[in-house]
Design a protein around this ligand. Sequence first.
Ligand SMILES: C[S@@+](CC[C@H](N)C(=O)[O-])C[C@H]1O[C@@H](n2cnc3c(N)ncnc32)[C@H](O)[C@@H]1O
Length: 415
Amino acid sequence: MSANPTRSAAFALLSAVLERRRGLEEALDALPGGLQPRDKAAAHRIAAAVLRRLGSIDAVLEPYLRREPSPPALQALRIGVAELLLLGTPPHAAVATAVALAPRPFAGLVNAVLRKVSTGGAAALEGLDAARLDTPPWLWSAWHAAYGPKVRAIAEAHTRPAPLDLSLVPGAEVPEGAEVLPNGTARLPPGTRITEIPGFAEGGFWAQDAAASLPARLLAVRPGEKVADLCAAPGGKTAQLIAAGAEVTAVEKEERRAVRLRENLARLKMSAEVAVADAIPWSAERRGSFGAVLLDAPCTATGTIRRHPEVPHLRRPRDVPKLAATQAALIEAAAGLVAPGGRLVVATCSLQPEEGEAHLSRLAALGLRPDPVRAEEVPGLEQAITPEGALRTRPDFWGERGGMDGFFVARFIRG
Ligand SMILES: C[S@@+](CC[C@H](N)C(=O)[O-])C[C@H]1O[C@@H](n2cnc3c(N)ncnc32)[C@H](O)[C@@H]1O
């Protein structure tokens, strides 16, 4: 049997992430051009299932392997286990397609192991501590130190695929079947493809996790107000600020990502001034010139694992202090950009306190006073307000509705 295009693409995605440490988005962009969008989406779903449950999948395989097989055979086995035990693929098809992916000398091994998994694997999976196995130990320890026993709820949230969250252009119709969350996000079931929702091409909405919509909302811009949106691509927060009536200058360092931001705004029929620049020197040249500044700083993105299951496999402990230092430099630049009496909102999509709470004292030292988040500004999320008045969301919040990304958001006023 020759390899099926969806499984071959899933195999390519896994090899890119696990063997060459590429991001999943980048790996998706590198897939062969001729692949149908539907096949691409299916490949993404398979690769994401493997990455999300990698520890559990390897634990199911372990009793059947005398030694670790070569990486290509291992990826074929992992795809086979995910299809058999997590994705509901009929056993015959799951085994046959995985065997076709394996290099020839390993086809017999893959076939034999997956046949055994197809009979005993479900019970084995059931008995595992998935939350623990599917979380790298360094992240488990860091989250345990920060959130105590809630680490388990966080890790369990990561084992499930995330719903599709949409932010709507003012006046746009809520897509059919969507649940409207207390913050206004329209939520659709996991696996929904945004491009297939009526109204996509007309620009009625854009994809944005419920938690990701909070930083721009907390900046509370006024119609016509000039706002700087630092670290702006792909533009979810830029779009929100524009939708609220602001005149936005979006600053993004990477040309390629700025192109995507422009495309996204064009689809939404929105416009902003886009500066392709490093926000640090850009801000230094414009000190005190904006009454409202949003900084959505680059981070480890450990708050977005539900949507980006490759993150735990790509990040290393040393990335945390490195990115925290980058954030500190950006925070200083953003603080300098704020006019007297103006507002600054700082956000990161990380669960690591070094990339969130730890920045608060630095902001105070920069002459900014905290402007605490009020409960009425975040309906249904009162528990996310920290004693300092910042916002800390976690993947287990709104768990019964499908969770949300982990964000840290803090608001300040220049005295
Ligand atoms: C967390 S993402 C921003 C997401 C975006 N705000 C949104 O809502 O769609 C961080 C972005 O910051 C950009 N970036 C990183 N360092 C930067 C810098 N020094 N100046 C400007 N942009 C930067 C990255 O290229 C990336 O696009």
